[in-house]
Design a protein around this ligand. Structure first.
Ligand SMILES: NC(=O)c1ccc[n+]([C@@H]2O[C@H](COP(=O)([O-])OP(=O)(O)OC[C@H]3O[C@@H](n4cnc5c(N)ncnc54)[C@H](O)[C@@H]3O)[C@@H](O)[C@H]2O)c1
Length: 356
């Protein structure tokens, strides 16, 4: 590969992908394309430059910004408004739809013009909220798990596979990602260019700025470090809701594998996440954060469940592992300690983040 564009390249996932790609393919020009909408993404620019990545300021909503890039061999679409709550509560969903759906369409058109490979970072949020809430759960005092016996397709004790229902509402964020997936699948099936689409679960690791919309794990951890009060929201306010977590290094490992083998996912949108072994309830996460930080803030209970909240999401990686050989390698303790060390050892970082 001679030229790679990563949209959202100054963001959390995008910056990790840019740097890993440049390190793996020294002769490749790697371009981080980003409109720096995310507060904090500007902090990545020096790190990208030091790693030999070129930054270009641009917006995926603007076709002329993508056209100005010229030809490239592959594009990783990692830009987004990533908040599940974007547009809810009386706000406008205009930006989340324009950036995530129209932006993905514009990326697809750029790939079509250059015959380039497109890797799309989709989300586990494409699955229907009501279908996820209807799964049978096994309840323990500290967590909720998928029960062994289920009535819906695509869910088992091992988690959610791509066969799970995408029907029903899923948040503007999830809907924009799902709609983009559908359009990209049409390009792929029409043979316009190869597309590989991954529905990532919750991502985490260093260079995630501890904001709730970027990923719950580092936000929870940062609030432990800064001793800021937290709330267990929804599901009775007991903190038993469960997610699995994927380290940024495992995410980049998968994306680089896909870049090396265009079309590897055979036009299917497949899940990738930490899996059951790297899952935790909020209550369990609290215990680990307290161990790491030597204590933590007060945690209040807010029993009201919000419209897009789900009690449990654990990724079943079987399909993507079968096609790519990829498996996550970093466990929860490694993800937490990597993020913790980054927060604690980067000069001035905690001060900056406490003001973001
Ligand atoms: N963080 C997660 O847990 C998670 C989980 C599943 C999928 N994803 C997906 O991964 C991708 C990366 O997410 P992230 O966590 O790195 O988020 P992020 O907010 O850190 O990065 C997104 C980047 O996109 C940029 N951006 C936003 N709008 C843009 C636009 N119109 N044009 C150009 N750039 C724009 C932002 O400035 C930011 O730097 C997104 O597509 C997201 O949907 C993230």
């Amino acid at each position: 590969m001679k030229r790679l564009v990563v949209t959202g390249g100054a963001g959390f996932a995008g910056s990790h992908i840019c740097l890993a790609a440049k390190a793996a393919w020294l002769d490749c020009e790697v371009i981080a394309f980003d409109n720096l909408l995310r507060r904090g993404s500007e902090e990545n620019l020096a790190r990208l430059a030091a790693g030999g990545v070129r930054f270009i300021h641009g917006d995926v909503r603007q076709t002329q910004d993508l056209e100005a890039l010229g030809a490239f061999d592959a594009l990783v679409e990692a830009s987004a408004e990533p908040s599940v709550l974007a547009g809810s509560g009386g706000g406008s969903p205009n930006y989340v739809i324009a950036a995530n759906l129209v932006g993905a369409l514009n990326c697809a058109e750029a790939c079509r013009r250059h015959g380039a490979h497109l890797v799309f970072l989709s989300s586990s949020r494409v699955y229907g909220v009501e279908a996820l809430r209807a799964c049978s759960l096994a309840e323990s005092p500290v967590r909720l798990d998928f029960a062994a016996a289920q009535t819906q397709a695509g869910v088992s004790a091992a988690g959610i596979s791509s066969a799970f229902s995408t029907s029903g509402y899923k948040s503007y964020y999830g809907a924009s990602k799902f709609a983009a997936e559908q359009i990209l699948a049409e390009y792929a099936h029409a043979g316009a260019f190869p597309v590989d689409c991954v529905r990532f679960g919750v991502l985490a690791g260093p260079w995630q700025f501890g904001r709730a919309d970027q990923g719950i794990l580092t936000w929870w951890l940062l609030n432990h470090i800064l001793q800021r009060p937290l709330r267990y929201i929804g599901w009775g306010g007991s903190g038993r809701q469960v997610r699995d977590f994927l380290h940024a290094d495992d995410m980049t490992d998968l994306v680089l594998r896909l870049l090396q083998s265009p079309g590897l996912l055979q036009n299917r949108s497949l899940n990738a996440g930490g899996g059951l072994g790297v899952s935790a309830s909020l209550a369990e996460l609290t215990a680990q954060c307290r161990d790491l930080c030597g204590g933590g803030p007060e945690i209040l209970a807010d029993p009201v469940t919000r419209y897009a909240d789900i009690p449990c999401f654990v990724t079943n990686n079987e399909e993507i592992s079968g096609l790519s050989g990829w498996l996550p390698r970093k466990n929860l303790a490694a993800i937490l300690s990597d993020a913790y060390n980054w927060f604690k050892t980067s000069p001035g970082l905690l001060d900056k983040l406490s003001r973001l």
